[in-house]
Design a protein around this ligand. Structure first.
Ligand code: GLA
Length: 682
C-alpha cells in the first residue's frame, strides 16, 4: 500500500510524481487549479496494529465500584470476568495519548440528525453524529486505520477477531470473538451473522445498508460453527469485503431480538412490521457497543449508559468504557459546533464553513475550553443528478429531467454554469474553499491533480450546450423550455433537495441565481435529516445537494457509492427490482475499473486504476463538484486520550478516535443524569 496516511493528511503533493494523462482535454475543459495552501497543524502519531489493541486473556479484571456494589453483589449481574469474552480485546497503553484512565463522567455530544430507530439491520439510522458508531458494532473496523503505520496498513478486527484467505483467494474464513455477549447478556454468535446476511441483506423485502455484490463478487456465506464463518467469492481476493464488513455495512443486529419480529420466524409478522420494528422510543436497545441507549425524548435527547457486557478492557484489566454516560442532544449541526466551542458540549466535527470564522476567533482565546485540530481539504459538496430513468418518477416533468440528467452535454452545461470561486467565498471568506471538479477529494491519498477533468465557469458555453439540446426560451419568460414534444414544452424547472442548515441555504441561494443566469429554474426543497435520507434512499429527487463522504477518500471501501457495481449505488443512480439501473457506456467502464481495483494486489497499480476511475468520473461529470474545504475536530480540553485526528478519513472521527478509551480526571467529571445505573431489561 502506498504512503497512504501522510497523503491522507495532505502533507505531500502526490500529483507531481505521476505522468499527466496524454489524452487531449474535452472542449471547454481545463486542468483543475491546485488547492491553495493553508497552514496544516495536524500531526498524527503512527502505530502498528498490535500497539492499538490485541485479543488476550488477562489474569484479573475490574469495573467501576458502583457496578460491583449495585449490580454484582445484589445478584443482578454476573461478575465482570463472566461477562467478558474468553480473550477480550485489550486496548494498549502504548497508543493511548494519556494512558490508562479512571472511571466516571459524561461525554456530551450533539447531533443534527434524528434516530429512525434501532433496527439498523433494516437500514435505520440512529441519528448520525457518531451515535450510529456506538450502537452498531461490525465484524471489522476501519476508523482507527488512519493511525496505522503505512507498511502495516490493514483493516482492523472487531467482532471478527481474525481471518485468513484460502490459497486460491476465493474463500475467507473468519473467527468471531468467542464468548462476547450482547448488552442483555445473550451470547453473540455466528447465528447473528447468518441472520443479518440471509434474512436482512439478501432479503429483498427488507431495506439494507449492504448488498451481496458490494461485499464481493458473488459473495456467499457458510456457517462453520458457533464462532467460525466462511465466505466464498467468484473472484479471488475480494479485499473490499473486509472494508465492507466495517461500519455500516456489516454490523449485525441482535438475532434473538429480531427473529421474533421477522416474518420468516413469526407468521404473524409482515416485512413492513419488521422494517419498522424497534422504533426510537423502544429503549433500552440491545447492542454490542460501549454504551446503550436507555432513554429517548423526541427532539431533545438520547441518553446512553455503559454496557456492562462490553468486550474490551485496558491493559490493567479495567473493563471499558471509562466514561459512564453519553448524552446526545438532538439539535442542529451548527449548534454541535457552537456548543462545543463554548464548552457546553464536548465533541464536534467542524464542517459548516459559514461558522468557521467565528469559531476560529473564539477558539484562539487562551481560555477557550476547546481544542481544535485542523485537517486537510477532505470535505466537498456536490450536486447529484438522478440518472435512474424510472425510479420514483411520478410525472412527465420528472421523467424528462431524468433523461436530461443522463446526457453528458447537459451535465457539462451545469458544471460550466457554476462560479465556484464566488460560491466558495459565499460559503466562507478567506482561503478555506477550493474549486472542486467532483470525484476524489483533493488532499487525500489517491487524488492526483492530473487525473481530473474540470469544466470551469463558462456560462456562454452552458447556454450554447442547452440550445444544442433543444432547450431554448421559446416563450420569452427567461426560463428555457423543453422541446415541444417533451414535457409539453414546459419551462425547465428542477427541484433541488437539500438539508436545512446554513451551508445548505448558501448553496441554494447561489445555485438558484447561477442556474437562473442560464435559464434554468431551480426550486430548492428543504428537508430535515430523516426526510432527506428517505428521499435519497427512495431515489426521489431530480437533483440533490450532497456533502460527500468516505468513498471519495478511500474508494475501495464503499465502491458501490462511486461506481454502479450493485443496484444499491451510487446514490444518484440506484436501482430496484422494478426500476433497475440503466447503465451508460462510461458507467460500464467504471464498473470494470472497480473490479480491477478490487482484484489488484500491487499498490502502485491499484493507485493508478483509482486514478483512472477518477478521470472517468470527472470527465463524464458523474456528479457536479462544487467546492472542497477542510474541517477541524473540536474536543473539550477536559477529555483525555483524544488522539490527533482528521474529522474524516476511513471513517468519521467519532469512530477513528476510539471514544471507549476517553476519560476525564475525577475533579472534572460531570454528574450523570442516571448515575450508577446500567440498562435494565425486564
Ligand atoms: C454526520 C456528520 C458528521 C459525522 C457523521 C457520523 O454525517 O455530519 O460530521 O458526525 O454524521 O456518522
Amino acid at each position: 500500500m502506498m504512503n497512504y496516511n501522510k497523503h491522507l493528511l495532505g502533507l505531500s503533493i502526490l500529483s507531481m510524481c505521476f505522468p499527466v494523462l496524454s489524452e487531449a482535454l474535452p472542449e471547454g475543459a481545463t486542468k483543475i487549479p491546485s488547492t491553495p495552501e493553508i497552514p496544516n497543524r495536524l500531526s498524527i502519531e503512527y502505530f502498528s496494529p498490535d500497539q492499538i489493541f490485541e485479543f488476550k486473556k488477562l489474569d484479573h479484571y475490574s469495573e467501576p465500584k458502583w457496578l460491583t456494589d449495585n449490580y454484582v453483589k445484589t445478584g443482578k449481574l454476573p461478575p465482570v470476568e463472566q461477562r467478558l469474552p474468553e480473550a477480550p480485546m485489550v486496548m494498549k497503553t502504548a497508543s493511548m495519548p494519556d494512558g490508562v484512565g479512571v472511571y466516571g463522567g459524561v461525554l456530551r455530544q450533539v447531533t443534527g440528525g434524528r434516530p429512525q430507530g434501532w433496527n439498523w439491520s433494516a437500514a435505520h439510522s440512529q441519528g448520525w453524529g457518531g451515535i450510529n458508531y456506538i450502537v452498531q458494532q461490525c465484524l471489522t473496523r476501519t476508523g482507527p486505520m488512519y493511525q496505522l503505520k503505512t507498511d502495516q496498513l490493514q483493516v482492523l478486527p472487531n467482532l471478527a477477531q481474525s481471518w485468513e484467505w484460502s490459497k486460491d483467494g476465493k474463500t475467507l474464513t473468519m473467527h468471531l470473538l468467542k464468548g462476547a455477549k450482547w448488552s442483555d447478556g445473550v451470547p453473540f454468535t455466528s447465528e447473528d451473522v447468518r441472520f443479518y446476511w440471509e434474512d436482512t441483506v439478501l432479503e429483498p423485502r427488507v431495506p439494507s445498508f449492504s448488498s451481496q455484490n458490494a461485499l464481493g463478487d458473488g459473495a456467499k456465506l457458510t456457517i462453520i460453527d458457533e464462532y467460525t464463518i466462511r465466505w466464498s467469492f467468484n473472484k479471488p481476493f475480494q479485499n473490499q469485503a473486509l472494508y465492507n464488513m466495517a461500519f455500516m455495512t456489516f454490523c449485525p443486529g441482535p438475532a434473538h431480538v429480531l427473529k421474533p419480529l421477522h416474518p420468516k420466524y413469526n407468521n404473524q409478522a409482515t416485512f413492513e412490521d419488521f422494517s419498522n420494528a424497534l422504533p426510537a422510543n423502544e429503549v433500552p436497545t440491545v447492542t454490542m457497543g460501549p454504551w446503550v441507549p436507555v432513554s429517548y425524548k423526541e427532539d431533545q435527547i438520547i441518553l446512553l449508559r455503559r454496557n456492562p457486557y462490553y468486550w474490551k478492557v485496558d491493559e490493567k484489566g479495567n473493563q471499558l468504557p471509562y466514561m459512564d454516560e453519553v448524552r446526545y442532544k438532538l439539535s442542529t449541526w451548527e449548534s454541535r459546533t457552537l456548543e462545543t466551542m463554548s464548552g457546553s458540549a464536548d465533541f464536534s466535527n467542524m464542517e459548516n464553513p459559514p461558522i468557521y470564522i467565528e469559531t476560529l476567533r473564539k477558539l484562539a482565546a487562551s481560555n477557550s475550553p476547546t481544542r481544535a485540530m485542523f485537517g486537510p481539504r477532505n470535505l466537498a459538496f456536490q450536486i447529484q443528478m438522478n440518472m435512474n430513468p424510472t425510479l420514483s418518477v411520478r410525472d412527465d416533468r420528472e421523467a424528462a429531467i431524468r433523461q436530461l440528467n443522463r446526457k453528458l452535454k447537459f451535465r457539462k452545461a451545469i458544471s460550466h454554469a457554476i462560479d465556484r470561486k464566488s460560491l466558495g467565498q459565499a460559503l466562507v471568506k478567506g482561503p478555506f474553499t477550493a474549486e472542486y471538479a467532483g470525484g476524489l477529494h483533493p488532499e487525500t491519498a489517491f487524488y492526483r491533480q492530473s487525473d481530473v477533468v474540470y469544466y470551469p465557469y463558462n456560462p456562454r458555453l452552458s447556454k450554447q450546450y442547452l440550445a444544442e439540446l433543444g432547450l431554448v426560451d421559446s416563450d420569452g419568460n427567461g426560463v428555457v423550455n423543453f422541446p415541444d414534444d417533451i414535457n409539453h414544452g414546459d419551462d425547465l424547472e428542477i427541484v433541488f433537495n437539500s438539508g436545512n442548515g446554513t451551508a445548505d441555504s448558501v448553496f441554494n441561494d447561489n445555485l438558484v441565481s447561477m442556474m437562473a443566469d442560464i435559464g434554468i429554474k431551480l426550486i430548492p426543497r428543504l428537508l430535515d435529516s430523516v426526510q432527506g435520507d428517505s428521499a435519497r434512499d427512495a431515489g426521489d429527487f431530480d437533483w440533490r445537494l450532497n456533502r460527500s463522504d468516505k468513498e471519495l477518500i478511500v474508494p475501495m471501501q464503499r465502491m458501490e457509492w462511486l461506481a454502479p457495481i450493485a443496484q444499491s449505488g451510487p446514490v444518484w443512480h440506484r436501482g430496484t427490482a422494478n426500476n433497475p439501473q440503466v447503465l451508460q457506456p462510461f458507467e460500464q467502464k467504471m464498473v470494470t475499473l472497480a473490479h480491477e481495483i478490487f482484484a489488484e494486489r500491487d499498490n502502485k497499480k491499484q493507485a493508478d486504476l483509482i486514478g483512472e476511475l477518477n478521470h472517468e468520473m470527472t470527465k463524464n461529470v458523474y456528479h457536479v463538484g462544487l467546492v472542497a474545504y477542510p474541517g477541524a475536530l473540536l474536543v473539550n480540553k477536559r477529555i483525555r486520550n483524544v488522539p490527533n485526528a482528521p474529522i474524516t478519513a476511513y471513517q468519521w472521527a467519532e469512530d477513528a478516535v476510539m471514544r471507549e478509551r476517553f476519560w476525564v480526571p475525577k475533579q472534572q467529571q460531570l454528574k450523570g443524569l442516571k448515575p450508577h445505573t446500567v440498562p435494565e431489561y425486564e
